[in-house]
Design a protein around this ligand. Structure first.
Ligand SMILES: Cc1ncc(COP(=O)(O)O)c(C=O)c1O
Length: 416
């Protein structure tokens, strides 16, 4: 058997792809020819079902039936319908998930709801390594609350358990770290937080669609997640929020717009929240964006998330193996143990930005995260083992030829 430094026994990626039960799912995506897309953790690619569904809603509904579509095509209940589809992917029973707004806005709503629900003197615990937007939102909420603001502690990850004591009323965590891909044990931390009397809010932005989540089984209190990453709902797709049934009778949230009202079209004085998770709606749903997400979710029909997760672990381990066999300069910062890692692998390198730009020019699209991280994400629904091999090969070429040292690769763009 022929041998090369990237793939080991040549053909191992092809063999893996041939026996991969998820390989046919790639056909559900409209991926540009020749591109290895390792950024589906940031913006999922276009599912083929989306343009058709969008055209239908734009021309036959918005165009043809105008405002009557809110009733005739049940636009008004789209947030619940899409929410229920997402619920299937995160181990949530009916009536607990709604599709709406961005992750940031949803997080504000559930933070405030958890704060109102929690009986004890309030303290929010999060981690310094959390996605900054999540921490900014606590800062924003606390600025609004002034003297009534809860205490806010931001722990280093290795000190998190130490800080999780009876003084904490809300534990706010992102399950998969956006930079390193390191993954928290959701069930274990939920149990620990609840054992000290705290409520838990999980940000599942980098988990939904690639991990085999079981929110009900883990007794999670609140969660938020993203529609445009592994759910492939398109740029700026709405996110979702999860509120456990047991809290729904007693929670309220401050963005009390009319869509969360019990009877929005009664136009009555005074806010009366809708029953259930619907009270977490605020304004008019973005029907076109939600239609794209709704159609994108059909890609998951008939798939087992456990199978998706298993392939994700294999893709990551394969990438680590290949990259480490070619280069000593890239420092792995993701967990080597696949069970502790989300669906991405990250490496540290002082020239990470130009390396990523040179890779993109070679049709291998990953991203850079400040200050020095090459981040390569994969979605088992469309990424193949051959993709991983091609990415490692491109990385080797860039590093060996010094392609990334060309000055044009260092000019930083607005979005990295
Ligand atoms: C973990 C995490 N939380 C929150 C956000 C913010 O999401 P949005 O821009 O939809 O508010 C992101 C965005 O990438 C994220 O990765």
């Amino acid at each position: 058997m022929d041998h090369d430094v990237i793939s080991g026994p040549r053909g191992s990626a092809i063999e893996r792809d041939q026996t991969d039960p998820l390989a046919p799912v790639r056909q559900a995506f409209d991926l540009p020819q020749g591109v290895v897309y390792l950024d589906g953790n940031s913006l999922g690619p276009l599912p083929k079902a989306v343009p058709k569904a969008m055209a239908q809603v734009i021309e036959r509904q918005w165009g043809a039936t105008l405002i009557k579509s809110w009733n005739d095509h049940d636009w008004i209940n789209l947030p619940s319908r899409v929410g229920e589809k997402i619920a299937h992917l995160i181990g949530a029973g009916p009536g607990q998930v709604i599709c709406t707004d961005s992750v940031s806005v949803n997080l504000f709503k559930v933070l405030a709801a958890a704060l109102r629900l929690s009986a004890r003197p309030a303290k929010i615990l999060s981690e310094a390594d959390n996605f900054p937007s999540d921490l900014y939102l606590v800062e924003g909420m606390n600025a609004l609350l002034g003297a009534a603001a809860p205490a806010f502690e931001v722990a280093q990850t290795d000190a998190l358990l130490e800080c999780l004591d009876e003084s904490v009323s809300i534990l706010l965590l992102t399950q998969v770290n956006f930079k390193t891909g390191a993954m928290h044990d959701l069930a274990e931390l939920t149990a620990r937080a609840q054992a000290v009397g705290a409520l838990v809010i999980w940000d599942l932005s980098h988990s939904t669609g690639v991990l085999d989540l079981e929110l009900d089984a883990a007794n999670v209190d609140f969660a938020v997640g993203c529609g445009y990453k592994f759910l492939n709902g398109g740029p700026g797709a709405p996110g979702y929020l999860y509120v456990a049934s047991r809290h729904q009778g007693s929670v309220s949230q401050p963005l009390s717009g009319w869509m969360g009202h019990a009877q929005p079209f009664a136009f009555s004085q005074g806010y009366e929240p809708a029953q259930g998770v619907k009270r977490f709606l605020s304004g008019t749903p973005a029907i076109l964006s939600m239609t794209a997400l709704d159609a994108a979710l059909t890609v998951f029909d008939g798939l087992e998330l456990a199978q998706v997760r298993a392939k994700s672990e294999q893709l990551g381990s394969y990438l680590i193996h290949l990259v480490e066999s070619i280069d000593g300069e890239l420092e792995l910062i993701s967990p080597r143990d696949a069970s502790q890692r989300g669906s991405q692998v990250s490496f540290r390198h002082p020239l990470a930005y130009p390396i990523v730009q040179a890779l993109i020019e070679a049709d291998v699209i990953g991203d850079f995260r400040a200050p020095d991280i090459v981040r390569l994400g994969f979605n088992p629904l469309f990424n193949s083992f051959a993709d991983i091999e091609q990415a490692a090969r491109a990385l080797k070429t860039v590093l060996m030829t010094g392609g990334h040292l060309e000055s044009r690769f260092s000019a930083q763009k607005l979005v990295t």
